[in-house]
Ligand binder design. Sequence first.
Ligand code: HEC
Length: 280
Amino acid sequence: MAGRHKGIFHARTATCTFVLSAFLTLQLSGSALADEQSWLPPGSATEMRRNPPAELIRSGTVQDDKWQFGRLLFRSPSILGEKAVRIGLSCNSCHTNGHVNSDFFISGLSDRPGRVDVTHRFWQAGFDDGVSNPLDIPSLRGSRDNAPYGSAKIFPNLASFTNHVIVTEFAGPKPSKRILEALIVYMESLDSGGSAQEVNASEISYLPLLLSPLETKNLEELDELYELIRSDYGRRAAKEGGSIENFRRNVVMLGEIRKKAAAGDFAAAITGYQNLVEAQ
Ligand code: HEC
């Protein structure tokens, strides 16, 4: 009798754990999915699910803070503004790993996969050239040497074109000099030439970026990074699934660092940072 009860109890616990973890998964990955479905026409696909292209960079590229920051920004919808955040769209959605998302398709804006109209009013009211003109999404490999940029309007360098992409095409917030510079450093490293090397994404951690603002007590920069890294954890949890608990723990630890810094206790914030790095 007692044994039977015990059995039932265990079965219930197991069910609860299962339901709970399914619920957590839904909260993180499901919210992105629900958003995508409610803001994009049915049949649209903005993420490359199978065989994304290799991320190739010029050999000898130093993957310093600026490069890492640029790489993070390239994958962050928030730099493209509110609409992009709702549908989870970043530079990387179209120019996946600096190359082309050949699956990219938005009904009404694409005539076939890998093509999209970036001058359509879907992106923002006020900048619609009135014609349906989907273009091939170009690879950014070697784009450092491709000046001038753009088809409808021509820009002399990557910085002015990127500013145009963010502000005019996607109605995003005007990028700071710091953001623009980092994006350019990252884009200029993309290359498919003979000696190009492949980035090993699993070796990349954006956490070391936190150290400089912690040491210089720059709260504004810390806040900016906090938001970007937190969303990156969210994207990775949605994509990789599995050990969602680790991502949740990381986000909590990240929040603690920010809280300590905001309260002026930078020594505690740096200890929190070290603990977070060790927990990876
Ligand atoms: C919705 C898909 C989409 C997104 C998102 C997107 N792009 Fe593009 N990108 C395009 C298309 C299409 C073109 C071709 C446009 C043209 O020729 O005017 C292009 C062109 C470019 C070029 C010119 C390349 C060349 O060699 O001429 C650069 C540089 C570029 N994008 C950078 C970016 C950056 C940086 C972001 C994020 C801030 C971004 N793109 C976001 C679709 C996209």
